[in-house]
Write a protein that binds this ligand. Sequence first.
Ligand code: ADP
Length: 162
Amino acid sequence: MGKIAICPGSFDPVTLGHIDIIGRASKMFDKVIVAVLINPNKRPSFDINERIGLLSEATKGIKNIEIVSFDGLLADYAKEKNAVAVVKGLRAVSDFEYEFQMALTNKKLNPELETIFLTANSQYMYLSSSMVKQVASFGGDISDFVPACLYDKIYNRLKGVS
Ligand code: ADP
């Protein structure tokens, strides 16, 4: 069996920054599982099926990925799926502390699991789902931030919502 990696996240909604990381991970591993967090504490702008639908549309060209919903412990889920690594994007220094804590916790829970950080593409260094929400809610142009094929779906949902 080939090497499997997991890219976890909320993807609410998916951005070009996410697609960049998923695409790069798919070249490094035989299979990438994109695990979309159900996250009951947060009220998402897009429900779990919508987030999965948007991700599927944006990653049509990538053959070795599977998109799934996920809740619970990532360390356990990785074991269940025989994944060897978690791949995450690292943007500014502000991501570091939290990601380091998560990586160490997952290592403790599942010592076989590695966390790999890919440096964000400089173009997407300051891009986040919440930034997309903020810009779109005020009617701003989000075409540099989200996949072109998803522009209308994302923009129409977020416009006028604050
Ligand atoms: P966000 O932090 O935007 O809410 P998620 O929780 O959905 O995003 O993030 C999922 C993964 O994608 C995380 O590993 C996060 O670091 C990464 N990521 C998010 N945005 C970017 C970006 N612009 N460039 C690189 N990686 C990113």
